[in-house]
Design a protein around this ligand. Structure first.
Ligand code: DGJ
Length: 725
């Protein structure tokens, strides 16, 4: 599908539905002409006669100081300009598309910049990043150091008038909120400087709606994600021109990067896609791309798990773990995860102030060690998983006693502590720390090869700027994350099969850069189902259900002490990677039967939820009293529709259940899942055409009389399966 031709420096990069037209004429700057709907070769040729001009694609600072740069540097002689001209263009095939490399060099200084463009055909995605090389020859006396002051991954030029941007923010317990606003003149910046948890607050993804305020299933939209676990900055810049400039990269604030002669810096990938099927269209592309090319095991179904955290907190011990496993196995569960609290002997993990770093089972709590629990899980037909937070240490730990020099610390400053008043961050820039973090996983896995799942947590922001191992303190963000990546690479090379969950005080590490090595992320410590509807909605813009851990928890909810009905909690969790997070022994017999049945039903719909295409239908952010979404299998033979009542007033009219993505010419059997005792829905067990379901739709709950007692509260929800006949 992917055709490339080079005519007077014009390069066309195609994916099945999109085209990026570049101009890379030797001796001139790299430019972009157009990005959007797929163009034919003739249409591409006609762009110049249609009056299209070429705009900078990787603006260098110095000779156009009035423009926002993507790259800026200071030469060894102090010259603060960069003047790039294309010297070579190369394009190779890789199994998913093309990889185009445009090489530019400074016209005077030995500096080289390679801009990479990778197409991912199966997802209509393009990835771009750069390699910046100091090609000076260092001498014994002079390293010929260049100081990079800006080093973005890529740039987009948006030639549209009524552009709206959707961004994502959220702190602890309130992850993935969406914010929508039009782009107006001036600068708009999406930035995160947390250091370790780069989706606490702003996320590194944006939806750019090109035809006014974004709509879910109509309109042209670009979605872009910076794949990087560290600090970043995404900047929109609109001045007196018909274009908006978008530049994305590692945050360069107080982070000049010293590049010695002969050295290079590779920037993270900026992935972007275009769709004329609205924001849900962009999401479908990102989900497909993530599953196929990016995340770990994107083509394997996820197990239904029980996590111990909200059930017992740190009060882990062998009898309770066994009791939870017994109960869960009897309910049809597949994987048990022992969360925080299991480790530390000199210092005990009885509170969150101690023992991080000492990854040996606490013999008081687990006399049989991990091995006995893994054996016991296996005997019960469950897989076993375990929690770690390997980048962190408590002052009260044997590790800190041995290696106080391993933590981040600013010289001449008092140490600043995190969680529990004693937590510190190990400096992932330090090769010894990298070896240690690798050994944490390696020891657990080599001693317990049957461990199936690791939850990797991270519960502290970088508070103080200070590495005890780096020559250049301003490299901290980049060096930490390059160290993290190298360590995860080693872990994955040795343990390719283990499932890794990324967690950071909940959803603090939701980023495609990190997901390279992880299978999923924990969305939030707030498991209140009502707020989860919003969070899951926001997360689904860029992340597929298979990656989004959603657990049914107890009431009042662990983090915010809120009550919702069990059915609502189950229905909400069932639209993601389904799991449970409570003490099963606290469920009544009736509740246990309900959850058991839900587990059984989730197993049936799991393929469509985890691999299907998402269609977001009614947003919880609209004042419609409800929210709905659905997943449709690729061959459109199977679909699941979810409907949640949100804040609504008596007699508020709910919209009909109007579907999307079905085959209009096929008939679908409608089956309600997680049904309670109430009267059956009138359409349960009936067959309707895809066309009818999409153009007309089904009637929702109308009055309170349609509801069970349990549902005559604020909570009401429906899960409906549609099976092609
Ligand atoms: C924060 C995580 O988000 C929770 O799920 C839990 O694992 C705790 N850490 C444990 O300390």
């Amino acid at each position: 599908m992917n055709i490339l031709f080079l005519l007077l420096g014009v390069i066309t990069l195609n994916t099945p539905k999109t085209t990026l037209v570049l101009q890379a004429e030797p001796g001139k700057e790299l430019k972009v002409v157009e990005y959007g709907a797929r163009l034919t070769a003739e249409e591409t040729e006609s762009l110049s006669s249609a009056g299209y001009d070429a705009r900078d694609l990787y603006t260098a600072y110095g000779l156009k100081t009035y423009e926002e740069p993507a790259i800026a540097m200071i030469q060894p002689d102090g010259n603060a300009t960069l003047d790039l001209a294309v010297t070579a263009v190369e394009c190779v095939d890789w199994e998913g598309g093309k990889l185009l490399t445009v090489t530019s060099r400074d016209r005077h200084y030995p500096v080289e910049v390679k801009n990479f463009f990778k197409t991912y055909d199966a997802a209509d995605m393009i990835g771009t990043w750069t390699r910046i090389t100091n090609a000076y020859t260092p001498t014994r006396k002079d390293k010929q150091t260049i100081i990079l002051t800006k080093y973005a991954s890529g740039e987009l030029q948006l030639r549209y008038e009524d552009v709206w941007v959707t961004t994502f923010y959220g702190g602890w317990g309130n992850e993935c909120r969406i914010v929508e606003a039009p782009l107006t003149y001036g600068y708009r910046s999406v930035k995160n400087v947390d250091g370790t948890r780069n989706s606490q607050l702003a996320h590194a993804e944006v939806m750019i709606s090109l035809d006014g305020k974004g709509r879910e299933n109509e309109g042209r939209v670009i979605g872009a994600a910076l794949c990087w676990g560290g600090d970043y900055e995404l900047t929109f810049y609109t001045e007196n021109k018909p274009v908006h400039t978008f530049i994305a990269g590692i945050c360069p604030d107080n982070a000049p990067y010293y590049l010695d002669g002969g050295c290079s810096l590779v920037t993270p990938e900026l992935a972007y896609t275009w769709s004329d099927e609205g924001m849900s269209g962009v999401s479908r592309n990102f989900h497909r791309w993530g599953r196929k090319y990016r995340m770990a095991h994107g083509d394997c179904e996820r197990k239904i798990l029980l996590n111990s955290w909200e059930g017992v907190d740190l009060a882990v011990n062998e009898p309770v773990m066994n009791e939870m496993m017994d109960d869960f196995a009897a309910m049809g569960g597949e994987l048990f995860v022992m969360d925080d609290g299991w480790f530390g002997n000199k210092y005990h993990r009885d509170t969150d102030s101690y023992a991080l770093g000492d990854w040996q089972p606490d013999v008081r709590k687990l006399p049989g060690g991990i091995a006995s629990l893994v054996r016991s899980a296996t005997d019960k037909g469950l897989s076993f998983g375990i929690w770690i937070e390997p980048e962190m240490v408590n002052v009260g730990s044997e590790l800190y006693e041995k290696h106080p020099d391993w933590v981040l610390k600013a010289e001449h400053r008092d140490q600043l502590y995190g969680r529990g008043g004693t937590q510190l961050i190990l400096d992932m820039a330090n090769p010894e720390v990298q070896d240690f973090v690798f050994s944490v996983v390696d020891d657990i896995m080599s001693q317990n090869p049957d461990i199936d799942y690791i939850k990797w947590d991270s519960n502290m922001s970088v508070r103080e700027h200070g590495s005890q191992c780096l020559e250049h303190q301003t490299h901290q963000n980049i060096a930490y994350w390059k160290g993290f990546e190298a360590t995860l690479e080693r872990i994955r090379a040795k343990y390719p099969d283990v499932t890794l969950q990324n967690c950071a005080s909940g959803g603090g590490r939701i980023n495609w850069g990190i997901m390279n090595w992880f299978d999923e992320f924990w969305l939030s410590d707030n498991t209140d189902a009502f707020q989860r509807v919003y969070m899951q909605w926001g997360a689904s813009y860029f992340y597929p259900a298979i990656a989004t851990a959603c657990h049914v928890s107890d009431v009042p909810s662990h983090a915010i002490r809120k009550f919702t009905s069990l059915k609502y909690r189950v229905d909400v969790a069932m639209s993601g990677r389904f799991g449970i997070e409570l003490l099963p022994s606290r469920l009544s017999e009736e509740e246990r039967a309900f959850v058991t049945r839900a587990i059984e039903q989730y197993k049936e719909i799991r393929p469509v939820v985890q691999f299907g295409d998402i269609y977001r239908l009614v947003s919880p952010y609209e004042d419609k009293g409800c929210a709905s979404l659905m997943y449709v299998s690729e061959d459109k033979s199977d679909a699941v529709f979810y409907w949640y009542r949100m804040v609504c007033l008596y007699s508020q009219k709910f919209p009909r259940f109007r579907m999307q993505g079905l085959d209009p010419d096929r008939n679908y059997l409608v089956t309600e899942l997680n049904q309670m005792e109430r009267r059956k829905l009138p359409y349960d067990g009936k067959v309707f055409s895809g066309r009818f379901l999409m153009e007309h739709g089904l009637e929702p709950v109308r009055t309170y009389l349609d509801l069970d007692d349990q549902e005559r509260t604020d909570w009401c929800s429906r899960v409906i399966r549609l099976t092609a006949q």
